[in-house]
Ligand binder design. Structure first.
Ligand code: ZN
Length: 589
């Protein structure tokens, strides 16, 4: 790490943890701490705790923890240096450009440059004589040249090496092209273009970088895969981005229209719906939901209306649950794509259609009704049962009451009976949820690694080491006296030893001992471990006595260990050791 430690601390003090976390987690005060639902694993009761006192957080559910940098890193999927830079920008702290040097940051830069050049290449090919087929296809689907330019659409030639050669001429290395995922390496060790004979859609992130491509096969090509997309790279994570978000982000405060295909999004933009975005080849993910909830209040799902589309809608609704986003579902008549509909019927009609988008409850009731014959008594009863089950899943009492009234009027069953049935269903659901949450605690989704597996074999010593670390983090004035008596070789686990060494190092360089300075390179679970250590010591304890006690325990255990090592020694080793001891004595050591 090459950013000076004073700068790290400066940035940390200017970004208090509460305000860094608040946009992502609803925090409630509990004593001097704050709690909320963990953004890193699914939970219904808050176990995510923020300690404003020392600028840390820890989740008792999944074990993730750390400081403002760890949080920023995890929530935005950045590396450590990027997280530091982002918080520095926010708080107006200057970092000298040449004072850090991260090879990862450089690598990302190269990939972004390759992507930008590739996008230029695809676009000029589309506009060239040879790319005419691509341009004809796009204009044939109603796109204007202005729209094509606005989105930077392009075409990949039917050739194995045109892009690679172009990039080589620009000075890029073959290996870097593979890292950017625009080229592949054959078994023979040669490099070739990954996108061939395709219409190219560049994915641009919120900062304006080209981070990925989606290539659609040519219309007359029925054999190749319909889409080839960039796989995850250093600059692109599939689950994190949405196509068109770079344009939509300034037009979507009230509402976003979420469509399946890139082509749909492009068409809608051209028709004036600049709040349209596309999934770019994935189902809606929790990360995307988080991104959306930062920019908009309402998401209108305009996915395909076939069976697969219906499933995608239900899955998306499930993913967006508890996000605070108002989810609506649009069904387009005759099973058309948004793209086809707008082309045929115009923007005004699509606007009308948008206003007819239904809420989640309506949608669920509608598709339940679709499956059965409502003229048949038995079917109607079955439908009512299904409908009450659906309603029982909602915690919104007003809308449940509203729908119960609707069902009652329509099917001639008293509202009271319907509400009773809903309550019954709800009780069962709550029971199931409690069970599920319990099993989530046992096996949470965020892989809860044991931060220090070596502790199990070294319980007594490690507990004392942890205590020493806690004390030193809280009372750095004891560091000198402790290190005099306790060399780190006596520590029983690699992790406690590493932390202890870093504390000493920090102290020797006359820096404040702060776990943010120690933390670079630790995993989130290891940071969580550090946070629990930092927070585990009370203020009222007799520190000196405690320190002496811990040093005694650690030394005892270290001695025991070296003795037991003797027991396992071979005769030759014994002889060797005795000889060394004798040598030392003779030298007067
Ligand atoms: Zn958690």
């Amino acid at each position: 790490m090459a950013i000076p430690q004073e700068t790290i601390l400066d940035i940390k003090y200017k970004n208090d943890i509460e305000s860094v976390i608040a946009p992502y987690v609803d925090l409630k005060r509990r004593g001097k701490n704050l709690v909320g639902l963990c953004p890193f694993h699914n939970e219904k009761t808050p176990s995510f705790t923020v300690y404003p006192e020392n600028g840390s957080f820890y989740c008792f559910g999944c074990g993730a923890g750390g400081d403002v940098f760890t949080f920023t890193k995890l929530i935005n999927n950045l590396d450590y240096i990027e997280a530091v830079k982002l918080l520095a920008e926010k708080s107006g702290v200057m970092i000298e450009e040449n004072s850090y040097d991260s090879s990862l940051t450089k690598q990302k830069q190269v990939i972004l440059e390759i992507n930008r050049e590739a996008a230029k290449f695809f676009h000029s090919y589309l506009m060239s004589e040879q790319g005419k087929w691509g341009l004809n296809y796009l204009t044939g689907r109603g796109l204007s040249i202005a729209t094509i330019k606005h989105f930077g659409l392009g075409a990949a030639p039917d050739d194995w090496s045109m892009l690679c050669n172009y990039l080589r001429r620009k000075g890029f290395k073959d290996e870097d092209m593979v890292l950017a995922n625009v080229a592949s390496k054959s078994q023979k060790g040669t490099y070739y273009d990954r996108f061939r004979n395709r219409i190219m859609f560049p994915l641009i992130d919120l900062r304006g970088n080209v981070i990925a491509f989606s290539g659609r096969r040519r219309p007359n090509d029925t054999e190749s895969a319909k889409y080839v997309n960039t796989s995850d790279t250093l600059v692109y994570k599939k689950s994190l981005n949405l196509f068109g978000m770079n344009f939509a982000k300034n037009h979507c405060e009230e509402r976003v229209i979420l469509v399946e295909g890139n082509m749909d999004a492009v068409s809608l933009h051209q028709a004036g719906f600049t709040n349209a975005i596309a999934l770019f080849g994935t189902a809606l993910t929790t990360e995307q939901v988080k991104l959306l909830s930062r920019y908009t209040k309402e998401v209108v799902l305009a996915l395909d209306s076939d069976a697969a589309g219906q499933k995608a809608v239900l899955r998306s609704l499930e993913t967006a649950k508890n996000s605070g986003l108002n989810m609506k579902i649009l069904s387009i008549p005759d099973g058309k794509d948004p793209d086809e509909f707008v082309l045929k019927n115009g923007a005004a009609k699509f606007n009308q259609l948008l206003e007819s988008a239904v809420g989640e409850m309506d949608y669920r009731l509608l598709i339940a009704a679709e499956k059965i014959d409502l003229n048949d008594d038995e079917s109607r009863i079955k439908y009512l049962k299904e409908a009450t089950q659906t309603l029982a899943e909602s915690d919104d009492t007003i809308s449940v009451d509203f729908y119960a009234g609707k069902l009652s009027a329509k099917y001639g069953v008293s509202k009271e009976t319907i509400l009773n049935s809903i309550n019954e269903n709800r009780k069962n659901r709550k029971k199931k949820e409690q069970k599920k949450e319990f099993s989530d605690i046992i096996s949470p989704k965020f892989s809860r690694n044991d931060p220090n597996p070596q502790k199990r074999e070294n319980m007594r010593s490690c507990s004392a080491e942890e205590k020493i670390i806690s004390i030193l983090l809280k009372h750095p004035n004891y560091i000198n006296s402790v290190t005099e008596k306790l060399p780190s070789e006596k520590f029983s686990t690699d992790l406690t030893k590493l932390i202890y060494d870093r504390i000493i190092q920090c102290n020797n360089q006359h820096f404040d001992v702060d776990f943010s300075v120690l933390g670079d390179g630790f995993s989130p679970t290891e940071m969580g471990y550090l946070v629990t250590l930092q927070n585990s010591i009370g203020t009222s304890e007799n520190v000196t006595a405690l320190i002496n006690d811990c040093i005694r325990v650690i030394s005892e255990e270290a001695d025991k260990k070296s003795q037991s090592n003797f027991k396992d020694m071979s005769v030759e080793d014994w002889a060797q050791m005795l000889k060394e001891l004798a040598d030392k004595k003779n030298k007067g050591e």
